[in-house]
Design a binder for this molecule. Structure first.
Ligand code: MG
Length: 259
């Protein structure tokens, strides 16, 4: 499928939607405290999205091959869960957990996508460092995302940075992606790669960059539910994501609370 270049009108809508999404996700983040369930957090995110006049992107989304549509608005992935954790009223946060929150919304017909990983109370030094390296890896990927570069340049930048930080497993079976008219569009943007390879980045492309790093091996497994990815070795994992606009100069983050 050809890469989609967004019109100026679409970019304005995506900017508004991205602002809404960041506002919602940062409010949800404030609720991540010991004693509340992953389902409570999901219902809160859903309520905030509706208050914005928007629609949750993941609720009832059915990826190819899935046994059932995703039953929630927010993906909540705790500790060794990498992504796509399904909220559950019996799953209660506790001190020391790290929690990845992945949320998408549809605003005036167009999609944006964002993720953060947050600590609950005091977490281990290893978990703290994992989150910091993953968030910095996202920024390194964004810095490499400018017109004239390629998808491989983003992956190469992320991978080189991560390798320089220690022994982290870069999840390879999941990747960033184009986003806007659909929640997943071409091109796919792996968090590893060769400089200069892959699709060329063109001004007007809107993409989600989303490194997922494990505090151990890169290998992941998928649960019986068909959604929850977790590390094969049981080590913790972190995930950060922004939706960005490619321009001739530096990429612009669309999922932020100011613009
Ligand atoms: Mg995404």
């Amino acid at each position: 499928m050809p890469v989609i270049i967004k019109t100026q009108e679409e970019i304005e809508i995506l900017r508004e939607g991205g602002k809404h999404l960041a506002e919602v996700l940062y409010k949800v983040k404030e609720k991540v405290v010991p004693g509340i369930s992953t389902k409570e957090l999901d219902l809160y995110a859903e309520k905030l999205i509706h208050e914005m006049g928007d629609t949750p992107a993941f609720l009832n989304y059915r990826p190819a091959g899935a046994k059932f549509p995703f039953p929630a608005s927010l993906c909540v992935s705790v500790n060794d869960e990498v992504v796509h954790g399904i909220p559950n009223k019996k799953r209660i946060f506790k001190e020391g957990d790290i929690v990845s929150l992945d949320l998408g919304l549809k605003h005036k017909g167009l999609f944006t996508d964002m993720a953060i990983t947050v600590p609950i109370g005091k977490v281990s030094i290893e978990s703290q460092k994992l989150m910091e390296v993953t968030e910095r890896a996202l920024q390194v990927g964004i810095d490499a995302a400018q017109a004239g570069n390629t998808v491989g340049d983003i992956g190469y930048a992320v991978e080189s940075f991560v390798r320089s930080q220690g022994k982290y497993g870069i999840v390879e079976v999941l990747s960033g992606h184009g986003v806007g008219r659909a929640i997943h569009e071409d091109p796919y943007i792996p968090n590893f790669g060769k400089a200069g390879k892959g699709e060329k980045l063109v001004a007007g492309m809107v993409v989600a960059i989303e490194p997922m790093l494990n505090n151990g091996a890169k290998n992941v497994t998928i649960d019986e539910d068909g959604y929850t990815f977790r590390t094969a070795d049981g080590k913790n994992s972190a995930h950060f994501e922004h939706t960005i606009l490619i321009t001739e100069t530096e990429a612009k983050i669309l999922t932020q609370t100011f613009s």
